[in-house]
Design a protein around this ligand. Structure first.
Ligand code: ADP
Length: 533
């Protein structure tokens, strides 16, 4: 089966969050399962700088229709290293310097004013590129709003890409809160007919909505955990698109992300001072804690429990709650805090003030630092994730792989991946973290207090640490769920019929104990028949 993965981020070439990690690992896991996978992303400045391996020119250039004009696409080539014996995966990068030779991917807090144009160009260029290959693709798998128009092009402009006539589209939602909403005149950039600009397709409250477009036109829609798949079918999880998701019936399946165990493996992590496994986690984590303390100029012998936060400083991540709890507990001296993140200026300022007021109890590093993220995950005892919502979450999975116990709010993928340490779950060896319900600092503090209480019982804590480190969150299981989905989508009759997806959802890692299942039958009918009628 030939699969084309289309996304705006692919680790390590270009990353702002979990989307990149998924695209860095899923293609190789699929290729291990026998799929022939190609990946395409934009040729951003940071991707072309060669830091992550050679990027070669292909010599291919072509004009891509954007609005009434054209823009030149230049194609580059790279490879994603195969994982666990899987083959290397070819990556194409679509270049157009005026769009992508910029300091950041999307413009940061002030999004670039031409983001619609940049990603409409990219999506269209990908299809132009894909249709140059003699061997057609079976599945085109797009991700998030940036490539939401890809399924629409396949359905609404089939004559433009005859080689892709049989390709089926799967669209994955990594976060409902980012929808790619643009003024209606950007519809002109797409080259699609205005008759698609209505509330059942591309329009949402008068605006062009690219995530909605992907949801409406794709043959199958997935999101990154079964619980999130349920949450987004109603408000507030659906962020206004709950009606659209409902209109596709059960055409939505949740598949939990995996982790790249080549990159996130404490036994072979170049960012750690001393590699470790479950058997010597105490020593390995102690060495990491010393290294982290030295890095920020703190006492390396301070062995108080360390609670960390690694992630975007965004409201979604509950960073305000982390700040409140740190402020509340710092003076007590029983626990230290470490925050690594970047994002919201106001949150950064609050945390800076707190760190200055509590030296040695609260440390903050503002910035995006991949190596430091690994060191923090190894050094910490607990990882705080009080997310308001969390489609899947990868940091809690990395934490567990590194023997760090997640303290998480009971939402989205966190529910599907963390088993609360109740006495029963602890006794059965199924526990993996601490869950709390309410989105407030009191609830997070309660979760952290429970963790600290167990931490004081060394043998019980070490059993918990060893237990989480033995879980398997590798991509193998989730990639198999994607492949099953792809097979069903490809087998479905082109103009209708229902695809049975109920057995597709991948809930939890083998060791996780949590299980989740979302999805059911979904209607593969596209609107081609309707249009042709
Ligand atoms: P999201 O995609 O919502 O940001 P995830 O938990 O799915 O959240 O993925 C976040 C990814 O980004 C993880 O790989 C995490 O380690 C990484 N990350 C987030 N912030 C930073 C940072 N400041 N420095 C290094 N890595 C970071």
């Amino acid at each position: 089966m030939r699969v084309l993965e289309v996304a705006s981020e692919v680790a390590p070439l270009a990353k702002t969050g979990g989307l990149a990690d998924v695209l860095g690992a899923l293609p190789s896991a699929l290729s291990r399962l026998g799929c022939d996978v190609t990946v395409v992303l934009p040729a951003y400045r940071e991707a072309l700088d060669g830091r992550h391996g050679p990027i070669e020119p292909t010599g291919w250039e072509f004009d891509v229709a954007v609005g009434t004009g054209t823009r030149r696409a230049t194609i580059w080539q790279s490879r994603l290293a195969g994982r666990h014996g899987g083959a290397d995966v070819t990556v194409y990068l679509v270049g157009h310097p005026a769009y992508f030779d910029r300091p950041t991917l999307y413009g940061g807090a002030e999004a670039y004013g031409d983001n619609a144009e940049r990603f409409i160009f990219f999506s269209r260029a990908v299809l132009d590129l894909a249709s140059r290959f003699e061997q057609p693709y079976d599945v085109i798998h797009s991700h998030d709003w940036q490539t939401g128009i890809v399924p629409a092009y396949l359905k609404a402009l089939p004559a433009a890409w005859p080689r892709l006539a049989r390709a089926r589209s799967v669209h994955t939602i990594h976060n409902m809160a980012y929808q790619g909403v643009f003024w209606h005149w950007d519809m002109l950039l797409t080259g699609l007919d205005w008759r698609h600009f209505h509330w059942r397709q591309m329009e949402h409250f008068g605006k062009l909505n690219l995530l909605k477009t992907g949801i409406v036109f794709a043959d199958a829609v997935t999101t990154v955990s079964p619980t999130y798949a349920r949450e987004i079918r109603s408000a507030p999880g659906g962020c206004g698109l709950e009606g659209t998701l409902a209109s596709r019936g059960d055409a939505l399946v949740g598949i939990v992300n995996g982790i790249d165990t080549d990159l996130w493996n404490p036994a072979a992590d170049p960012h750690l001072p001393r590699p470790y496994g479950a058997a010597d986690a105490v020593e390995g984590k102690r060495a990491a804690k010393r290294a982290l303390a030295e890095r920020v100029g703190r006492d390396p012998d301070d062995d108080r429990p360390l609670a960390a936060f690694v992630g975007r400083l965004a409201e979604q991540k509950g960073i305000g709650m982390v700040a409140d709890v740190a402020a509340r507990l710092a003076a007590g001296g029983r626990v230290r805090f470490f925050v690594l993140g970047t994002g919201d200026r106001h949150a950064e300022e609050t945390l800076r003030r707190l760190a200055a007021a509590h030296p040695g109890a609260i440390d903050l590093v503002v910035g995006f630092d991949e190596g430091l993220a690994h060191l923090v995950q190894a050094a910490a005892d607990m990882l705080l994730m009080p997310s308001l919502y969390e489609p899947c979450g990868l940091t809690q999975l990395y934490a567990m792989a590194y023997g760090t116990i997640p303290v998480v709010r009971s939402t989205g993928g966190l529910v599907d991946t963390v088993v609360d340490a109740t006495p029963e779950a602890l006794a059965a060896g199924r526990a993996s973290g601490f869950l709390f319900e309410h989105a407030d600092a009191g609830a997070l503090a309660w979760g952290l207090e429970r963790a600290l209480e167990l931490h004081a019982d060394r043998p019980a804590w070490e059993r918990l640490v060893a237990g989480v480190m033995h879980q398997d969150w590798s991509w193998a299981r989730s990639a198999a769920a994607y492949r099953t989905l792809f097979e069903r989508v490809v087998e479905a009759p082109p103009h209708g019929g229902r695809i049975r997806l109920s057995a597709v959802g991948a809930g939890a890692g083998a060791g996780g104990g949590a299980s989740g299942e979302a999805g059911g039958d979904f209607d593969a009918r596209d609107d081609r028949a309707e249009r042709e009628a």
